[in-house]
Design a protein around this ligand. Structure first.
Ligand code: GAR
Length: 212
């Protein structure tokens, strides 16, 4: 059975979704860059090993990433999943876990990488927004896309209502992506594309706008 290490920085709702999904892999550990991350308690309550590597304790990104990798490697994971992990990772770290390192981002990439994705989508007046699970590359919030879910943006949406609609989808698609990885149904090719060995592809993550 494959094993997975999950990296978090905060609330941990995606972590919770992964834990509840009964994935066909062993969740070896949850690691945070902040001792205050509420998600650590979610992991502890389930008896999952936790660790903290405080980024503030390191002089630069290279030394933080090296310390993080050292702890991750003690678990020999097949998959490293970023679940609201809010640190920019160095190219060396990303290369070390090539094909194993995945992230969830609250926008339909390549639109709205970075922070405040919902506020920026609302400001632009886009009518479709969503979330993306992708393999991590050195380019922040870019990388080969594994699965996306789209949601409508409604006229009366606030940042909070839109975030909640997107988060609901995050909790559906992240377990799906990890399940595919655990079953070797997807992989990252040498030339940086997602190869799917899964013949059927459910279409229910797509939406069409309703018409009057
Ligand atoms: C999620 O919305 C996730 O997509 C986002 O942080 C939130 C973490 O929530 N990640 C990023 O913005 C990464 N660029 P959670 O701790 O409740 O899972």
């Amino acid at each position: 059975m494959k094993s997975i290490v999950i990296l978090i920085s905060g609330r941990g709702s995606n972590l919770q979704a992964l834990l509840e999904a009964q994935l066909p892999c062993q969740i070896a550990a949850v690691i945070s860059n902040s001792a205050d991350a509420e998600g650590l308690n979610i992991a502890k309550a389930r008896g999952i090993a936790t660790a903290v590597v405080e980024h503030r304790g390191y002089a630069d990104r290279d030394s933080f990433d090296a310390a993080l990798a050292k702890i991750i490697d003690t678990y020999h994971p097949d998959i490293v999943a970023l679940a609201g992990f809010m640190r920019i990772l160095t190219p060396a770290f990303v290369a070390r876990y090539r094909g194993k390192l995945v992230n969830i981002h609250p926008s339909l990439l390549p639109a709205y990488g970075g922070l405040n994705t919902h506020a920026r989508a609302l400001r632009d007046g886009v009518k479709i927004h969503g979330c993306t699970v992708h393999f991590v590359t050195p380019d922040l919030d870019h990388g080969p896309i594994i699965i996306q879910a789209a949601v409508p943006v409604l006229y009366h949406d606030t940042e909070q209502t839109l975030a909640a609609r997107v988060l609901h989808e995050e909790h559906r698609v992240y377990p799906q992506a990890i399940r595919w990885l655990c079953r070797d149904q997807i992989e990252l090719s040498e030339d940086g594309r997602v190869i799917s060995h899964n013949r059927k592809q459910a279409g229910f993550t797509l939406i069409s706008p309703g018409l009057e």
